[in-house]
Design a protein around this ligand. Structure first.
Ligand SMILES: Cc1cc2nc3c(=O)[nH]c(=O)nc-3n(C[C@H](O)[C@H](O)[C@H](O)COP(=O)(O)OP(=O)(O)OC[C@H]3O[C@@H](n4cnc5c(N)ncnc54)[C@H](O)[C@@H]3O)c2cc1C
Length: 387
C-alpha cells in the first residue's frame, strides 16, 4: 500500500524537532547571523535529545530510527535556520555513517558514540583549492611512514573545519593513480595538532552561522590505525558518503523553500494594498502557486530518497533528483519571497535577505546542479548503474 502519512512515531519526531527548533535555534538566528557565530551548544543539545543518532547501531548510541525520521527532524531545524542543516550531515551522515560502513570494530567503538551524543563536532574534507568537482584530482598526500601517516596539503571549504574535533580526510596515498590512489582517514584534530592550521573563511555570501574553513596540513602525523577502510578505496568511500550527505543538502534546500513559502503566505495575508490582502491579487497567487508546486515536489523527492535508503534499495538517482529539484526550489522560492515582501523583504529586519544568501549554496555543494543533472541522465540512459 502506498501511504503518504507519517506514523505516530514519525509525527512525534517531527513535533519534537519543531519544538527544539523554536526553543533552541530560532531565538538566536539574528544574533548569530550578525556575529557569524557557531553556537556549538545547539549540537550538544541535539545529541542529548537523540537528534544525531539516526540509522546507526544502538550499541554506538543510535536512536533506533532511520532516514525518514532523520529528514523530518533536520527539516524542522533547518527551517528555523539553514546554517543548522549541517548538524546531522557533519556528524552522522558524514563521519559516523561512513565509519560504521568501512571502519574496524575499534574505530566504530572509538568514534561513533561521540558523533551521536554531540560531544564531538565532525567534518569531512574532500575539496581543495584546485580540486572541486573533479575529486580524483586531489593533491593532499598522506605518506606511509611505516608506523604513521604524514599528511601534507590543503583542504578548502570544509564545513566545521576549524571547530571540529574529529573528521574524515580523503587524501592521496599512491601518487599518479588518480581515483585508485585515494584513501580515507579519520583525523582527531585535538591530537594531530602539530603542523595543522585551520583558518575560518570569513567571506562567505551566506551560511553565516555555519563555520567553513581552509585546513592546511604541514607534516601532520596521523596514527597508522586511522586509515578508514582499504588503502586505495577512498574514492569509492567518498562517493558512498556523498550519496548520504547529499540527502542532508537536498533536505536543507527543501526546508529553506518551505520557510520561504510559509513566510510569503503569512505576509500575503497580512499586508494590505488597495483595501485587501495582497494574497487576493492573482499575480501574487501565481507566485504562491509556483512556490508551492516546486516546494511540494522537492519535499516528496527528498522523502522518496530517504524511503529508498531505509529499504536498502538503489537510491543514487533519487538522491540526485532530490538535490537538483530542491536546490532549484530553494533558489526560486527565496527569489520570489523577496518580491512578495516588497520593500520590507529588502530590509534585514525580515528573513528574505538571509534566505537569498543561504539558498545559492545548494546549487554548488555536494555536487553542483550540473553534476546532479549528469548523474540523473547517465542513470536514466543506462550509462551508469543506479547504486
Ligand atoms: C558553504 C560551503 C560548504 C562546503 N562544505 C564542504 C565540506 O564540508 N567538505 C568538502 O569537502 N567540501 C565542501 N564544500 C565544497 C563544495 O562541495 C565544492 O565547492 C563543490 O563540490 C564544487 O567544487 P568547486 O567549487 O571547486 O567548483 P568546480 O568543480 O570548479 O566547478 C565550477 C563550475 O564548473 C562546472 N563543472 C565542473 N565540472 C563539470 C562537468 N564535468 N560537467 C559540467 N559542469 C562542470 C560546475 O558545475 C560549476 O558550475 C563546501 C562549499 C561551500 C561553498
Amino acid at each position: 500500500m502506498l501511504d503518504f502519512s507519517l506514523s505516530e512515531e514519525q509525527q512525534m519526531v517531527q513535533d519534537m524537532a519543531k519544538d527544539f527548533a523554536e526553543k533552541e535555534v530560532a531565538p538566536y538566528v539574528d544574533q548569530d547571523e550578525e556575529n557569524h557565530y557557531y553556537r556549538r551548544e545547539i549540537l550538544t543539545k541535539m545529541g542529548e535529545l537523540g537528534l544525531l543518532g539516526w540509522s546507526l547501531p544502538e550499541e554506538y548510541g543510535g536512536n533506533g530510527m532511520g532516514w525518514m525520521e532523520a529528514v523530518l527532524a533536520q527539516f524542522e531545524i533547518a527551517k528555523a535556520h539553514t546554517s543548522w542543516r549541517l548538524s546531522i550531515s557533519g556528524n552522522n551522515w558524514g563521519p559516523a555513517m561512513t565509519i560504521n560502513k568501512f571502519g574496524t570494530e575499534e574505530q566504530k567503538a572509538k568514534w561513533i558514540p561521540g558523533f551521536l551524543d554531540g560531544s564531538l563536532v565532525g567534518s569531512f574534507g574532500i575539496t581543495e583549492p584546485n580540486s572541486g568537482t573533479d575529486v580524483a584530482s586531489m593533491k593532499t598526500f598522506a605518506e606511509d611512514k611505516g608506523d604513521h601517516w604524514l599528511v601534507n596539503g590543503t583542504k578548502m571549504w570544509i564545513s566545521g573545519g576549524h571547530v571540529c574535533d574529529v573528521g574524515l580526510l580523503y587524501a592521496v596515498t599512491e601518487k599518479g593513480m588518480g581515483a585508485k590512489g585515494i584513501s580515507a582517514f579519520v583525523v582527531d584534530y585535538n591530537q594531530s595538532v602539530e603542523g595543522m592550521t585551520r583558518n575560518p573563511i570569513h567571506t562567505k555570501v551566506g551560511m553565516w552561522a555555519a563555520p567553513t574553513s581552509e585546513m592546511v596540513y604541514e607534516n601532520v602525523v596521523v596514527p597508522k590505525e586511522n586509515l578508514l577502510g582499504e588503502r586505495g578505496k577512498g574514492f569509492q568511500e567518498c562517493m558512498w558518503q556523498l550519496n548520504n550527505t547529499r540527502v542532508g543538502c537536498a533536505n536543507g534546500a527543501a526546508s529553506l523553500s518551505a520557510a520561504c513559502l510559509e513566510g510569503s503566505v503569512a505576509y500575503a495575508n497580512e499586508r494590505t494594498q488597495f483595501g485587501k490582502p495582497i494574497g487576493k491579487f492573482q499575480l501574487i497567487q501565481e507566485q504562491i502557486t509556483n512556490m508551492k508546486l516546486e516546494d511540494e515536489a522537492a519535499l516528496w523527492l527528498v522523502r522518496r530518497a530517504a524511503w529508498l535508503k531505509d529499504q536498502g534499495l538503489p537510491n543514487q538517482q533519487a538522491v540526485s533528483m532530490a538535490k537538483l529539484s530542491s536546490a532549484h526550489a530553494a533558489v526560486n522560492a527565496a527569489n520570489t519571497a523577496m518580491k512578495v515582501y516588497g520593500s520590507y523583504g529588502y530590509s534585514t529586519e525580515y528573513p528574505c535577505g538571509r534566505w537569498l544568501r543561504d539558498c545559492k549554496q545548494f546549487e554548488t555543494l555536494e555536487g553542483t546542479s550540473n553534476i546532479h543533472t549528469t548523474i540523473v541522465a547517465n542513470i536514466e540512459l543506462g550509462y551508469a548503474p543506479n547504486r
